[in-house]
Structures are given as C-alpha cells and as structure tokens.
Write a protein that binds this ligand. Structure first.
Ligand code: UDP
Length: 256
C-alpha cells in the first residue's frame, strides 16, 4: 500500500494511483468528521463496512443501468474504481426532512417532504460546502447544463431504486449525497458516471418501526453505538451473512 502514489487524502478516504492507467484505489478509513470537520473521531470498523456497503449498492445500481465508477473490491478496505474528473458539486436528495434543511427552513425532523427534493452544494472545504443553485453551477461552469440534467435524472433514478432497496430491509432512506464525475472516450465524448461512495456516512437511514438512526447521525449527535449501526445496515443487506467478521470494539446492540 505504501509504495503506491497517494493522489489525495480526504476525510474518510485515501485515493491511490491504480494498477493501470485510468484506475484509482479507494482506501476507506475509520476516521469520521462532521460539521465541516469541526468534530472528529474514529469509528472502528467503519472503513471495512463502508467498503462493503458501497460495493453492494454500486453493483446493484450498475445492474439497473446506472453508470458507476466501481470496478471491483480489492480487499477489506480497498476498492478499484475508474478515474474520473470529479464535478465539484454534491447532489443531495431528500425524502424526509432532517439535518440542514430543518434548520434552514424551520422544518421538524421527520416531516415527510411533499416530493423528493434535490439540492446542490459546491464542494469547497474552505467555504463549508455552500448550498448553490443550478444558475451558479452553470454560470461558473462547474457543470454544463446537459451534465446537470444528467446528474439530476440519475439522482432521481438512484433515489427510487435505493428507497426500495432499503425499504425492503426495514430502513427509510431519509436523504443522501451523491458525487458524479466525467469520463472521456477515445473520441473525446464525455459521459457522466456516479463516483465516490454510498454508505451510512453519506445516507440517512432510519429503522421503519423504531425510528432508530442507523447512520452517521449517531456520530454527529453522540448517540453511541455507531459501529453497530453501520454493521446492522451491512447485516440487513445480507453482506455479512457469510460468517465474515469485521472486527469492532463494541459487540452490543441492534440485533433484530
Ligand atoms: N452529506 C454528506 N456529505 C456532506 C454533507 C452531507 O454525505 O458533506 C449527506 C448527509 O449524510 C445526509 C445528506 O447528505 O445524508 C444531507 O445532509 P445535510 O445537508 O442535512 O447536512 P449534514 O446534516 O450532513 O451536515
């Protein structure tokens, strides 16, 4: 691992140069941050769980015809992905009010939204990822209008599919964040594909019956039992049924 060239280190992942041109290795860390990195911590086992959960969801989305950067999982903490030109816009899809929309619009957490709502945030750690409009995105050329249309339509399809997927395992998909990238073919034609990760770090998932939060809000809000929440999501997805043990420090909680 150490011999490979490190391309980028983010809050929860490290990107290394991949084994062949046009590929990248995504290494999932146990580090967690919240509130624009003002809160920092370690969730032991999180990296391995997110690697598995994101692999599973990306493969299911690919089955549905959604183009993704995922190639294959390499080991416990690493996956091979296609190198993309990241579009500096985070797409958030919301089904139920939670997090920043509650504060911004004075909504009570848990309020069902009249329809799924898409929001865009400009990816900038310095600025704290500000909420932006389509106008900002196209005027500043972060994405072309047709790229943005594609990102929006992919995001809505992903929301439909993932809402059903999680509902099937007793979880409400409250909201989630996506990132997209561009790839170019030999003729220079551009294609938009899903990048980054899909995991309880980037989704809000609530148990349908108990309302229990099984996502990063357990870390953000100091609810405890964070590792086991991530593990429970993986278990319900059927990812951990082969007896594989992902080492965690805590052993209690969330068995259903
Ligand atoms: N989210 C994320 N990364 C970010 C900001 C948000 O993955 O940098 C996810 C977050 O986990 C939630 C959704 O996007 O599932 C909406 O987040 P929100 O805008 O409510 O902000 P937060 O409460 O995460 O600060």
């Amino acid at each position: 691992m150490n011999k490979r060239r490190r391309i980028y280190e983010g809050k929860a992942k490290i990107l290394f140069e991949g084994p062949e041109p046009g590929t990248i290795v995504q290494y999932f860390k146990d580090d967690a941050t919240a509130f624009n990195a003002k809160k920092k911590g370690v969730i032991s086992g999180k990296g391995a769980l997110n690697n598995r959960i994101s692999e599973y969801v990306m493969l299911r989305l690919a089955d549905m015809g959604i183009p993704t950067h995922f190639v294959r999982r390499l080991n416990m903490r690493e996956q091979l992905v296609r190198e993309v030109e990241i579009i500096p816009v985070e797409v958030v899809v919301r089904n139920v009010a939670a997090g920043t929309i509650c504060k911004r619009l004075g909504l009570e957490e848990g309020t069902a939204l009249p329809r799924s709502i898409i929001e865009y945030y400009y990816k900038s750690d310095e600025l704290g990822d500000p909420l932006v409009s389509e106008e900002h995105i196209t005027a500043f050329n972060w994405a072309a209008p047709q790229d943005l249309d594609e990102m929006m339509s992919l995001s809505l399809r992903i929301n439909d599919f993932m809402s059903g997927l999680f509902l099937g395992i007793g979880l409400r998909l409250v909201d989630f964040k996506l990132e997209f990238g561009r790839i170019y073919n030999e003729h220079g034609d551009v294609r938009i594909i899903l990048a980054d990760e899909i995991s309880p770090d980037s989704c809000r998932l609530w148990d349908i019956t108990s309302g229990e939060k099984l996502d990063k809000d357990r870390f953000r809000q100091d609810l405890g039992n964070v590792e086991n929440a991530y593990r429970e999501v993986a278990r319900r997805l059927g990812i951990l049924e082969d007896g594989e043990v992902i080492e965690l420090t805590e052993k209690k909680g969330f068995a259903s």
